[in-house]
Design a protein. Structure first.
Length: 177
């Protein structure tokens, strides 16, 4: 890729990860290499199953998926292992980004990891500043800071207007997980 940009998907609405994964599918279809690093998440979501299957089918190393979490923090506070996983994730994401081995680097939920104190804003800003010219970088999650939004080339805010969670609908396989 001649020129890569920095995309940031944030806001309290549903669809940030879904948008990033749609971009990953488009990139793969165009023959690009994709790295997906998921922060916070440690469960085997359906998208991970599909990307692993695609990786095996393609067999050419165009997809790499890494998870830097032990599960969501809906019902608990982050523990030492959660901080270590996030730290490892930032280090591996940096190494991956700078290697230029992938055309598209997606750091899913890194903004939530920042909001929870697992990742420092300065580390995300450094990733953005050091991004090689030919790599597209996508950051997702609620709670993007003004500094991150100012540094990004594209910012999309997903805004919740109505959500069925509020009526008691739980996450469904294949739709939310």
């Amino acid at each position: 890729m001649e020129q890569g940009y920095i995309q940031l998907y944030t806001g309290n609405g549903k669809g940030k990860t879904t948008a990033a994964l749609g971009l990953a599918v488009r990139a793969l279809g165009a023959g690009l290499k994709v790295y997906l690093g998921q922060f916070i998440k440690g469960m085997r979501y359906a998208e991970i199953e599909l990307l692993d299957t695609l990786s095996g089918t393609l067999g050419d190393g165009r997809i790499a998926v890494r998870q830097y979490g032990r599960g969501c923090f809906i019902f608990r506070e982050p523990e030492a292992e959660d901080f270590q996983a996030a730290e490892r994730g930032v280090a591996e994401a940096r190494e991956t980004l700078l290697s230029c081995a992938f055309d598209l680097v997606i750091l899913d939920e890194i903004l939530v990891a920042m909001k929870l104190g697992l990742v420092h804003e300065r580390d995300i800003l450094a990733l953005m500043d050091d991004k090689p010219r030919g790599v597209e970088l996508v950051l997702t999650g609620r709670g993007a800071s003004d500094a991150l939004m100012a540094r990004a080339d594209l910012v999309t805010e997903m805004r919740e207007i109505k959500h069925y969670y509020n009526a008691g609908v739980q996450a469904r396989d294949g739709i939310e997980r």
